[in-house]
Design a protein around this ligand. Structure first.
Ligand SMILES: NC(=O)c1ccc[n+]([C@@H]2O[C@H](COP(=O)([O-])OP(=O)(O)OC[C@H]3O[C@@H](n4cnc5c(N)ncnc54)[C@H](OP(=O)(O)O)[C@@H]3O)[C@@H](O)[C@H]2O)c1
Length: 337
């Protein structure tokens, strides 16, 4: 069987802005384990086999080398720029006035693009952690969420749309209380929101909140991020790929459990952005969206495996006086400060 997948066969979703986006893409965060060269190699292979959506970020430290891959694929006629949907994100230490524009300009330069299809606010806090840090790392400058600070950043994001540098803007790792506070203030509403979603962490309330408001959800860690950085691992974390019901469904479809995570995501309506440096894995991942769908009964079974198990707890972003990682996620319905 040929590895090539016709990108026209990959279903698209329509954003409220009118733009179309593939229903599955590829992530580019190497989890402090893979080199930029390995990741850029996977992006090059992925474009060749039919991926068109890529999730990048300045903090992943590889946009310059991935940019070379995009430029060469376009130059060699493998893909046209307008067929690609490329996303990037402003990192937490660039939230201030003016810095968002500079950060976007740097990503555009590194990625060798003259516009981004989506630019995200990577985290809703200006809290920085050093790449590769461990779970106990804290930055004394970290601050709790503030509507005013967030909106100052969002105004810059809106400006990027006005300037034609960015087609859509998005938020990431938000909560319902934070969205309730900022959405009414947005001149340009987010077209997309990135959030952690996998079978053991389905966030049904936040997911439906976004859908009801016409915001497309992008799901990160869609396979349960088995190789995530050690700082994001705790003893109680559920391993999605070992959930018995999921493993059983995978056996009956004769695929790896990772593929079932992705079929579940696509059929539920979120856009998964799985990461892989293995050609056979990322080929299977794209193929998951175009063949052998899960039955309604299988979707129901998977709905039942939710364990409310957040993996990316974000404790490295905590501020002085915060009680624990739960403070980042407004669990009692109020913004923690
Ligand atoms: N907005 C945010 O704050 C945020 C946070 C986290 C992540 N993200 C984005 O989301 C992307 C995905 O998240 P993630 O990388 O943490 O986790 P993930 O996609 O859930 O898991 C990736 C891991 O799964 C393995 N894998 C992938 N396909 C497989 C297959 N078919 N069979 C077996 N194993 C497979 C990969 O190993 P192999 O390489 O061996 O295939 C890789 O180590 C990131 O790359 C990043 O772009 C965004």
């Amino acid at each position: 069987m040929s590895n090539l997948i016709n990108p026209d066969k990959v279903p698209k979703r329509k954003l409220y802005t009118g733009e179309e986006i593939p229903c599955i893409g590829m992530g580019t965060f190497g989890s402090d384990r893979f080199t930029p060269e390995q990741i850029a190699g996977a992006v090059a292979g992925a474009i060749k086999i039919g991926y068109r959506l890529f999730d990048c970020a300045s903090v992943y430290g590889n946009e310059d080398i991935i940019g070379k891959v995009f430029a060469s694929a376009i130059e060699n006629g493998i893909v046209k720029r307008e067929e690609l949907f490329i996303m990037s994100k402003v990192w937490n230490d660039k939230h201030g006035r003016g810095d968002v524009l500079l950060s976007c300009a740097k990503s555009l330069k590194d990625l060798q693009l003259d516009y981004l299809d989506t630019y995200f606010v990577h985290w809703p806090f200006p809290n920085y952690h050093a790449p590769g840090c461990d779970k106990d790392a804290r930055n004394p400058d970290s601050k709790p969420f503030s509507v005013d600070r967030f909106m100052a950043t969002w105004r810059q994001m809106e400006k990027l749309v006005d300037m034609g540098l960015v087609k859509n803007i998005g938020m990431s790792s938000m909560t319902i209380p934070k969205l309730d506070a900022v959405l009414p203030l947005c001149r340009i509403k987010p077209a997309l929101i990135e959030m952690e979603l996998h079978p053991s962490f389905q966030q049904p309330e936040l997911f439906h909140y976004c859908l009801e408001r016409g915001i497309q959800v992008i799901s990160f860690c869609p396979i349960g991020s088995p190789n995530r950085p050690d700082r994001d691992k705790t003893a109680d974390d559920v391993v999605d790929l070992e959930i018995p019901e999921l493993v059983k469904i995978a056996k009956s479809h004769k695929v790896h459990p990772a593929v079932i995570c992705l079929k579940w995501a696509v059929q539920r309506g979120q856009i998964p952005i799985p990461f892989s440096v293995s050609e056979s894995h990322y080929t299977n991942n794209l193929r998951s969206a175009i063949e052998d769908p899960l039955t309604r009964a299988e979707m129901e079974i998977l709905k039942g495996v939710d364990k409310n198990c957040r993996l990316i707890k974000g404790q490295v972003f905590l501020w002085e006086g915060a009680k624990g990682w739960e403070d980042l996620w407004d669990l009692d319905g109020k913004i923690a400060n």
